[in-house]
Design a protein around this ligand. Structure first.
Ligand SMILES: [Zn+2]
Ligand SMILES: [Zn+2]
Length: 133
């Protein structure tokens, strides 16, 4: 498959991630594309995704087990991850009372590009399911 075609397929996935607020591992993208009949190999997805992180089109953050997650929502936000079902949800910083002084970074001569905060626990669905069993 041509490089430009692969690029187009990957950009379509990113559009979908943005629209549906999806958070994907590279392996998730690989399996999704395979299921849809347009196989792009893992290393190509890795390369493209990491280039897009550098360009600021995608965010990348790590889970406590070291898994890299990619996010098309590049607006500064935090995440909640359920340790049971693996679901990842967006949390707006104001919503959780997360505040920080951007001036402090500026004074240190640091230019912030991204913050990566992942709260982990058990989601309400999993807690509910536990009660029933
Ligand atoms: Zn859950
Ligand atoms: Zn997110």
């Amino acid at each position: 498959m041509k490089r430009t075609k692969q690029r187009e397929i990957i950009m379509n996935v990113i559009e979908r991630m943005k629209r549906e607020k999806l958070h994907y591992k590279v392996e998730d993208v690989y399996l999704l594309l395979k299921k849809e009949g347009c196989s792009v190999n893992l290393s190509t997805i890795y390369r493209n995704f990491n280039e897009l992180v550098e360009k600021g089109v995608l965010l990348k953050f790590l889970l406590s087990d070291g898994t890299a997650i990619y996010d098309a929502n590049v607006f500064r936000h935090a995440h909640f991850r359920c340790l049971r079902c693996g679901k990842i949800e967006d949390l707006m910083l104001e919503e959780i009372g997360f505040d920080f002084q951007e001036d402090t970074f500026r004074e240190k001569g640091i230019k912030l590009s991204n913050i990566s905060v992942v709260f982990e626990g058990i989601c309400s669905d999993c807690l509910e399911e536990n009660k029933l069993n």
